[in-house]
Write a protein that binds this ligand. Structure first.
Ligand code: NCD
Length: 312
């Protein structure tokens, strides 16, 4: 198929986007996860439409970029992996101009990560009729594709989501994963969760009945414990961490899990700081779903790309 500048490879009049989960209903979410399940059972097979997908990551990433690339290639899409180090960013080009240039070259979907909470919304407002936008992490507020892959991992446990008891543990204050997960939990009727963190890392605006600062208390009865990384790169001026004290009080270890929630599974979006929020025995042990999450990330991101290209 030949490509003309300024023209999409597939011909949709209305572009679809995934910015912060508000765009998805419970039934959309189940369909996405069902599609991911289909890929798990039958493999990711080429889509009937062609598509050129570009990754624009202004923050570091390993599994999100890699899994989007593997997913897109599995669907038979072309992937433009754009290295910021060699880009015109260093010549002072604005992100809006980079986006316009990509669209002019025929990019159909942009997968973006940026420290700004607003940027992807503004780009979608400006260019959303020419190109789909997928949020791969915006500031500390949203990481919808991570939340969806975590939800897939939870759904796979076989317990109805509304019956699951989940403990979210760690640096919640700086976590976009937690914010997106909570939004998703609300949509899916999963209300039985606790937010476990030191008071200085608690989630702003959280329902106080769900907030717990003592680790053992927060873990009691959990079916799933989701550990979150201490995100030092998001600390603002004046924020400090007493690493030793944090490790002593909040590092997840087999012994405390055995004592408080012996049947619990363990999740972590990665990257892990082993020995800080989770120890290796737990991360690599039989309860860990951490590398399953990584695998599920490819399936769920393929389902997201597929539904965006299909416009549904
Ligand atoms: C998360 C992120 O970038 O917010 N990681 C990820 O996408 N796998 C969580 C984190 O960085 O701790």
């Amino acid at each position: 198929m030949s490509v003309t500048a300024n023209q999409c490879w597939w011909n949709l009049t209305v572009k679809k986007h995934l910015l912060n989960l508000d765009e998805l209903t419970q039934s959309n979410i189940h369909s996405l996860l069902d599609k991911a399940k289909h890929y798990e059972q039958h493999g990711i097979t080429p889509h009937t439409k062609k598509c050129l997908v570009a990754s624009l990551f202004y923050e570091n990433s390993t599994r999100t970029t890699a899994s989007f690339e593997i997913a897109a290639k599995g669907l038979g899409f072309d992937v433009l992996n754009f290295s910021l180090d060699n880009s015109s960013l260093s010549k002072g080009e604005s992100i809006a101009d980079t986006t316009k240039a990509f669209i002019a070259m025929g990019v159909d979907a942009i997968i973006m990560r940026h420290k700004s909470e607003r940027l992807i919304f503004d780009l979608k407002e400006a260019f959303g009729s020419d190109c789909s936008f997928i949020n791969a992490g915006s500031g500390a507020t949203a990481h919808p594709t991570q939340a969806l892959l975590d939800l897939y991992t939870l759904r796979e446990l076989g317990t109805p989501l509304e019956n699951l008891n989940v403990a979210l543990v760690g640096d919640l204050k700086h976590s976009r994963v937690v914010r997106s997960l909570i939004k998703l939990f609300g949509k899916m009727g999963l209300y039985n969760y606790r937010l476990v963190s030191p008071p200085e890392f608690s989630l702003e605006g959280a329902n106080s009945s769900m907030v717990v600062s003592n680790l053992a208390e927060g873990l009691v009865g959990a079916d799933v414990v989701i550990a979150l990384r201490v995100q030092k790169e998001r600390f603002i001026e004046g924020e400090r961490l007493d690493l030793k004290a944090y490790q002593n009080s909040y590092c997840l270890r087999e012994s405390i899990i055995e004592q408080c929630c012996p049947n619990a599974k363990i999740m972590h979006p990665g990257p892990m700081n082993r020995g800080v929020e989770i120890d290796s025995e737990l991360a690599d042990g039989p309860r860990s779903l951490i590398f399953k999450q990584v695998r599920n990330g490819v399936l769920v991101r393929a389902a997201i790309l597929d539904s965006i290209v299909d416009g549904k």
